[in-house]
Design a protein around this ligand. Sequence first.
Ligand code: SAM
Length: 451
Amino acid sequence: MTAKNATTLSMTLSETKRALEELGTEPTKSLGQNFLHDQNLARSIVSLLDIQPGDHIVEIGSGLGALTELLAPAASRLTLIEKDARLVPRLRRVFSSDHITIHHTDALEFDLRALWGHGPVKIIGNLPYYISSPLIAKYASALSPASILVLTLQLELAQRLGAACGSKDYGAMTICVGRRWDIRLARKLPAAVFHPRPKVDSAVITMRRKSRDEIQPLDEVAFESLVRRGFSARRKQLHNLLPDLRPQWDSLSSQIGIRTDARAEDLSLFQWESLTRLASPAAAQHGTELFDVVDENDHVLRAETRETVHVNNFLHRAVHMLVFNDHGELFLQKRSLWKDRNPGLWDSSAAGHVDSGEDYTTAASRELTEELGIPSPPLTRIGRLTPCETTGWEFIEVYRTTHNGPFHPAPMELETGAFFPLSHIRQWATRSPADFSPVFLQCLPLIGTGA
Ligand code: SAM
């Protein structure tokens, strides 16, 4: 932002009306346009982001710039997303700077992959109320890099997200979003601070991403399905809504500490998680799998359990698979938080150990099926990594293949996954190598310059 603009812009009510007049336009109800004109509140909302040097701030629905003017001088990198074609030229004029990127697009269509690799991401928005729920679902999804979201919402939605167990606002959304995010209602906002005044009150919430230690490992798909079924009829007792669990209900309810006639709203997040873990035990890695221990020439010596192999740093075998689509983009998996190594980091499309008695290619095919849920396409071997501390003392055969998806990822293996252009991955890996598994960083040069 230029110094001149920085000092002259200041979205008071009269400035907001003047800006609209200059644009020859009126706020559009169908775009949820209620512009904030209280500067103290704008400052207070922005302060919730706790902007640090290096932060990449993303603003959804920048409008006339009430928040943007405070974000621009503080953010190392700022990405603005605005749908209204009438407002975008003004944003481009006022917030023209090398560190600011303006996207004229629907925030629901915005490609989240573009946000990876430019520093820690924090998201802010006085959201258009007509699409707040899908926007939260998207920007808080596994593919979102955000560590915190500061969102202004309709008060009713904010109360639902932050509701306490047992209250009337407590529901499936509270639990499903609350599993990964610590949600706080920061403050209520009266309608009078917006132009035009909305018919409803608003509130600002903060959503802070929970750390791995705060989340119980479980099958996410089973969890969401259980919660949604449980809340499908609030007044009904749970055992009537979950007939598949009825035969074990007495035991399940006593193990998670609820009454047998409990309703969905009586269960805390922790109890929903515990119920899922008991009802749908997720297959976790266990130390009893057998791997072949090999010598420095990769000749098999004997079989040992996974635990023994890892504890003793015995040389053993593994495979990494790089799956490209027809556009030459590489599918990266984001490792599940429950992996014993490199949890939550971006990695090769699929990877795994060679089981005892198995050869490399068979293991590669098996892992593609187990992790990505695809029958193995033809594989081309592109290289080999030799054992060292970084590879976890593994000989690793690296393969590439082509598949356009869809994939059916194993929930305990992958947090998420997506195809990325190779050029993007290379720049990202240079800027933020800590986002990737160290072995993937060694596989990357094996791809060569073309895809
Ligand atoms: N941030 C500004 C403020 O605080 O005054 C504007 C907030 S206003 C409640 C919502 C903004 O989101 C408007 O500028 C509107 O044009 C924009 N918007 C509406 N739908 C959108 C969408 N689907 N994608 C991106 N922006 C959208």
